[in-house]
Design a protein around this ligand. Structure first.
Ligand code: ZN
Length: 287
């Protein structure tokens, strides 16, 4: 029997799903596209409504293959800015410019909608922002939407430097900012959700991982598996290198990954809610 078990306010899976649909309504959101521009404005507006301070981190990236330049933006919503103890919650908001895993070769240069790979993590964080505004957590929380996660090319000519553009930029411009730890959400909307212990996180941030899985056990959320999953390259890597322990919550077992089939039908409010409840409990457990 645990005394005074921590509690979080209710997470609204339907509201989060509404945020997922809203992002998808802008179409593909790859850097340089109209959908990217409009969605960026939308996200900045939502963070201004829901958080205390918003920082827009703008930068330019030059594609190493095509030579084209793109404007990219990380959106940062700050909750309880005066609190010294801080938790970082992050997701990427951009979507992949090419469906290079699509079964139909004719589709492989077309941009994806990114309902799961893009919108899902952001949608969970937006409902958490709504929760934090209504019921203040004891700690400070920084909600970061990274741009340019999924820009890079696979295979010959592809450079790892063209991936994780936003998190790399963020990690290079930390200044004195040092959150206690971070949680990254990526591909957390799959209807058939299964989140294993991502191997890079387990190696570099085991105590944070234990915190999260403890919350999942308390809440009886079966999507969080005790089994170790594959090592995934994602936005947590630049932060881990910078010395911030960040756990990547990712269900990489998603057959629609980087295909035109990554649409809302493959995702569910229940999956978003499962992840949102666990992350909320972690945050509200902090004193
Ligand atoms: Zn992706």
């Amino acid at each position: 029997m645990e005394c005074c078990a921590p509690k979080a306010p209710p997470f609204d899976g339907q509201a989060a799903y509404g945020e997922l649909l809203k992002q998808c309504s802008f179409g593909p959101r790859n850097p340089g596209s109209e959908g990217h521009r409009v969605c960026g404005e939308y996200l900045a507006g939502r963070l201004r409504e829901l958080t205390d301070e918003v920082v827009e981190q703008r930068f330019t990236h030059r594609d190493s293959a095509s030579g084209d330049s793109f404007e990219l933006t990380n959106y940062i919503g700050i909750v309880n800015p005066k609190q010294g103890k801080r938790v970082l919650l992050a997701a990427h908001w951009d979507t992949r410019p090419r469906a290079d895993q699509d079964p139909d070769p004719a589709n492989r240069e077309k941009p994806i909608l990114g309902a799961n790979d893009g919108a899902s993590g952001v949608s969970v964080l937006l409902d958490l922002a709504r929760m934090f505004k209504k019921t203040r957590p004891a700690v400070g929380v920084d909600i970061v939407f990274f741009d340019g996660e999924d820009y890079g090319r696979e295979g010959p000519g592809g450079k790892l430097g063209d991936y994780f553009l936003g998190s790399q930029y963020f990690a290079r411009h930390l200044g004195p900012y040092r959150p206690e730890y971070g949680i990254l959400l990526d591909m957390v909307g799959d209807k058939d959700l299964s989140i294993p212990l991502e191997a890079n996180s387990l190696r570099a941030a085991p105590l944070v991982m234990e915190k999260i899985w403890k919350a999942a056990r308390l809440l009886n959320v079966p999507a969080f598996k005790q089994a170790q999953g594959p090592a995934v390259s994602d936005d947590h890597i630049p932060l881990l290198i910078a010395g911030i322990p960040v756990v990547d919550l990712i269900d990489f077992d998603y057959p629609r990954w980087h295909t035109l089939g990554d649409t809302p039908e493959a995702t569910s409010p229940a999956s978003l809610e499962a992840v949102g409840r666990v992350v909320a409990l972690v945050v509200y457990s902090e004193k």
